[in-house]
Design a binder for this molecule. Structure first.
Ligand SMILES: Nc1ncnc2c1ncn2[C@@H]1O[C@H](COP(=O)(O)OP(=O)(O)OP(=O)(O)O)[C@@H](O)[C@H]1O
Ligand SMILES: [Mg+2]
Length: 422
């Protein structure tokens, strides 16, 4: 029985694992032990009702396969339960305890064909609101196996808060019966984490995001200024470009509004020291860069957007990239653009990290438009996306491609876990 399991849990984990509410949710920081708590909770439920099935849902198959399944295997082994995983069906049979079933939320319409008595959902808020809601409805509809003692069926959620998304809507705003919220900060699990885990988050994330990702708080991540910590005095540098110094140019493509922010690296950190704005097209941009900086021998790397080979006025086309290379520039670009959210997080982390360091400096005299754009671009209230109507987006996109490529913040759970496990 559950009472015989000896679990060693943090305070918030214990509250969540033992919660009797129908829909408990632990909304907590990176590495705070959410997944661990969820797996423990599901094992406890499984032992309490061995006849029933228990469901585990993750955002992607990889997260299930590489993180959740090994975690279940570890915990079952630790407690001496024999089990066998059917990889085809993603069903794990545990001797004397019945089965766990693993499903992804990628295609909620496929969450059919089985019933559970209890279930758990990991990283629900990584899904967009409508997707999360769809998955949630499907999951709770599956969760109806009758328990012998008439006890209620439960579905538990463990997630990092990603702004005001589905979890906030359902557990805070709607506050329907049975929905119970638990918070935990990463600090509460610090004794189980490598020593440099929290300091490395503080070194790369901006303060506002860390409120969400370390403290597990709901923070509005898509309203107001996009780069709230930029300060034209504190992020200013009077430095200028030296002859022959290698250049790193972030570039955004828009007909008649081509924008480029010219950087150098000093002590391994980026400085924006010049800008080229409102140019007509790629050939005009190439000519401008060459006439300003094109002395033989200087290394110039362009970081364009990767919108692909469209012919529209937006985004770099294949021929733009070919032209840049043909002009003798190095081009650093991925197969696709980073998620806007990740690009913005990288820029913000460079402007100011949670340790108070401003690693991105701008010569605000030499880059007046860039400075104005960083200060003034806001989130569009109607869709929560960065505003593009006011014209403050171009240089920001350009410098963002560069900063994200050279100073990315790793936000994906899988990689976080690799860091933790390392
Ligand atoms: N109660 C515990 N006892 C021992 N180790 C624990 C405990 N809880 C968590 N850990 C360890 O701490 C690390 C982080 O835990 P876990 O992966 O569950 O956190 P998470 O919040 O799900 O992380 P992420 O934000 O990356 O998804 C893991 O190495 C895990 O094994
Ligand atoms: Mg996790």
């Amino acid at each position: 029985m559950a009472g015989e399991l000896r679990l060693s849990l943090t305070g918030p984990q214990a509250a969540f694992v033992t919660a009797e509410d129908r829909f408990p949710a632990i909304v907590a920081g990176f590495g705070s032990g959410k997944t661990e708590a969820l797996v423990n909770r599901l094992l406890v439920r499984k032992i309490a009702y061995p006849g029933g099935w228990v469901g585990y849902y993750g955002p992607t198959f990889d997260l299930i396969n590489l993180i959740a399944v090994p975690r279940f295997e570890g915990i079952l082994e630790q407690h001496g339960f024999a089990f066998k995983l059917n990889k085809q069906e993603m069903v794990m049979k545990v001797r004397k305890l019945g089965a766990f079933v693993f499903r992804t939320m990628e295609r909620p319409e496929r969450i059919i064909g089985f019933e559970t008595a209890d279930a758990g959902v990991d990283e629900l808020d990584t899904l967009k609101i409508a997707h999360a809601e769809h998955a949630w409805r499907k999951i709770i509809a599956r969760n109806r196996q009758k328990k012998p003692n008439g006890e209620r069926n439960t579905v538990a959620v463990a997630t990092t808060p990603e702004g005001f998304r589905f979890t906030h809507r359902q557990w805070v705003k709607a506050k329907a019966d049975g929905y119970k919220l638990f918070h935990a900060s990463t600090y509460s699990n610090a004794h189980n984490l490598p020593e440099d885990y929290i300091p490395s988050l503080e070194a790369s994330y901006p303060p506002q995001l860390l409120k969400a990702y370390l403290e597990g708080q709901f923070v509005n991540l898509t309203s107001g200024a996009i780069y709230p910590d930029f300060d034209r005095k504190l992020n200013h540098t009077p430095e200028t470009i030296k002859a022959d110094e290698p250049l790193h140019i972030g570039m955004d493509f828009n007909v008649y509004k081509m924008a480029a922010v010219v950087h150098v690296m000093r002590d391994g950190l980026p400085r924006a020291l010049a800008e080229l704005v409102n140019l007509r097209d790629t050939p005009a941009m190439i000519e401008a860069i060459k006439s300003r900086y094109g002395n033989a021998g200087r290394s110039i790397t362009i970081y364009p957007d990767a919108s692909g080979d469209n012919k529209s006025s937006k985004g770099a086309s294949l021929s733009d990239i070919v032209m840049l290379k043909g002009a003798g520039f190095q081009v650093s670009v991925g197969h696709s653009n980073p998620a806007v959210k990740d690009r913005i997080a990288s820029v913000n982390g460079m402007i100011l990290n949670a340790k108070g360091e401003r690693r991105y400096l701008v010569n605000t005299d030499a880059c007046p438009i860039t400075t104005e754009c960083i200060e003034q671009q806001v989130y569009d209230e109607t869709n929560g996306e960065p505003d593009k109507k006011s014209g403050f987006d171009h240089t920001n996109d350009g410098l963002g491609y560069f900063l994200h490529r050279r100073f990315p913040i790793v936000v994906n759970t899988l990689q976080r876990l690799q860091v933790v496990g390392a």
